[in-house]
Ligand binder design. Sequence first.
Ligand code: ATP
Ligand code: LTN
Length: 331
Amino acid sequence: MKRMLSGIKPTGQLHLGNYIGALRHFVEYQDEYEMFAFIANLHCITVPQDPKELQKNLRDCVALYLACGLDPAKANIFLQTDVRAHAQLGYIMCCHTYMGELNRMTQFKDKMAKGETNLSGGLYTYPSLMAADILLYDPDYVPVGEDQKQHVELTRDLAIRMNNRYGTLFKVPEPLVAKVGARIMSLSDPSRKMSKSDETNKGCIYLLDDLKAARKKVMSAVTDNCARVHFDPVSQPGISNLMQIMSSLSDDRPMGDIEAEFEGKGYGDFKRSVADCVCGTLEKIQTRYQEVLDSGEIDAALESGAARASVIADEKLAAVQKAIGMEIILK
Ligand code: ATP
Ligand code: LTN
């Protein structure tokens, strides 16, 4: 069975972009692949966090994994810090990453360009830790949204570099980026990605948003004055974004099909249908979320997921340390 691995940062609440770009694919693939889905809690402290809030977000994040359909009997769900090999291999990967490579990572470059100050060393070196997260498990594929593709490509370069230097240690993984929905845009500014750090809170639909609030966000989404539902992300970014949301939430319905249904109809009708799709999805997730939250399911899933992940990760870490010469052989 081929293997797949991915993670999500539990910074703030998960949103529709995370669901469409990543989480729904984890669920879709769990039958066909051996799936490792973890909560990247080491990654989220690369920017300051409030400890109480972080703790709540962590539990919510696991609850949402389960509520979205991940099944611990099929997928290994675990917390990054429950498998210590991540931090240990992370350091080793960091020592094999060039500063020039880290300087090219757009996420860090963007933050620097915005003039943000007091950025942490962890934020700068986080792609090396992400490479460790992946390479510990020799996955075939890494399902991610568009913004993470560059990090998976760096992971490939690092795997090849280490394999050349020390003999084959790692499988070289492929990023898996869906054709539709890999970059859901903000509803209030379709030139920007839907993101947890949306200050206005109007452009981002959170998975735990009140249904009325979610509907309102869709109904007030920024569109255009072309007066036609047509898929063209360049000249109609707002409408195309809503079409991507609709298509992703209705079994990847073809764009032509959506165009045909709304031919000659107004944006109001179209937005109402998108809102129905979004609210239908959120309602299902939220009902299951409430069930999961106070049950023992979260703890049980994390315990079994970490146990299975640790066996694989510890073995890989030991092989890497040995190959690098970091082991003392007792005489
Ligand atoms: P944010 O910018 O909202 O903080 P992020 O990408 O920095 O999100 P994560 O929450 O860890 O951080 O992302 C988890 C997964 O969701 C990744 O695979 C990422 O590519 C995907 N993702 C995030 N935002 C979107 C989006 N707007 N559209 C599609 N996929 C997304
Ligand atoms: N960097 C990712 C989260 C992440 C990840 C990973 C995704 C951390 N480690 C390994 C896939 C594989 C993010 O910020 N979205």
